[in-house]
Design a protein around this ligand. Sequence first.
Ligand code: MG
Length: 399
Amino acid sequence: MKIAEVRVILTCPTRNYLFVKIVADNGLYGVGEGTLSGSELAVATAAQHAAELLIGQDPLKTEDLWQLIYNWSYWRGGPVFMAALGAIDTALWDLKGKAANMPVYQLLGGKSRDGVLTYGHAGGSSPEQVADSVRSFQERGYRVIRAQMGPYGGSGNVRSDPSPRPGVPGASYFEPAPYLAEVPKLFEHLRKELGGEVELLHDVHEQLTPIQAAWLAKQLEPYRLFFLEDALPPEHYESFRVVRAASTTPLAIGEIFTSKWDCIRLFQEQLIDYIRIKPIHVGGITEARKIMTLAEPAQIRSAFHGAADIGPVGQAASLHLQTAIHNFGVQEWIDFNAPGHEKLRDLIGEPCAWRDGYAYPHEKPGLGMDIDENEAAKYPYKRAYMPIVRRSDGTMHRY
Ligand code: MG
């Protein structure tokens, strides 16, 4: 079997998604995903450029082809390049599963659990509204729930500019003082209303300094969070020592990490409890599996990133891997079976199933997903950006 064709498919049924289809000379094919929100055009170009190296290769050599695509460029690594490699690698694993007539999780060690625990996103503009939203998630069966108050940036979002042109975001303006004042009050209210049993977590979106993050983690200790997410910008791994020393609130980070080298120092010092990588942004299942093996002796569990900009194929790759690994924690969950994703389902088929708080990879060979290229062609790419955050005096935010 040899790789005959690599097709890069960029489509916008609801938002932009980037898929790769790798076709072998015997007609077998694999579908992968490399959606990188706001940078889809760059990833598409990188994947297209790498594609030529794959033609004529044995598609079952997933490790060697990973090393070829990773090392060929010399300018290796980085989010764009690793998402392109993620799309190629997940497509190759899909193809390998189809060749073996097995779901991918079987090739990764088989089932370590019956279902993959998930968490959903509750929100509202007051503690009362957030409590109602958490209850609605509990009623649907969620056991772990993220609680955020207000728009992106929470109560720290002091104002927002409107979009200057279609597709271009206006800035929002963040201040830490109101945010730090409101978050402990929110969780005090949630515990009072909802009791101590429900698992709650919170995402800081990297908006604090080390001392502010340490203070917040300490204030939240009485409310027993499942984890505090993205408390700091992850580039400053030393800062995690400050937060760690101050509190026993569990920490999660890693959704913008792209390789094992980003993770290893945090693992060695056990500075976090959950790692938020996912296959499609770290060069695929091949690298994500290695990262989770490195995390195992540090007793760090997976909490794979799964916002709406990780599409159903990337989600399936995350579920197959987290069904097989031992050190699984939780999966962030967007339900593509819910209303609003009809166009996406028309082009990708049936998303992975979700019941009573747990998600399940398909039992079909490979990742169990497909793509209808004619459907995808109906929805051309639309220019999009990630949010712009400034301080109230206009300074670009983050440290
Ligand atoms: Mg986050």
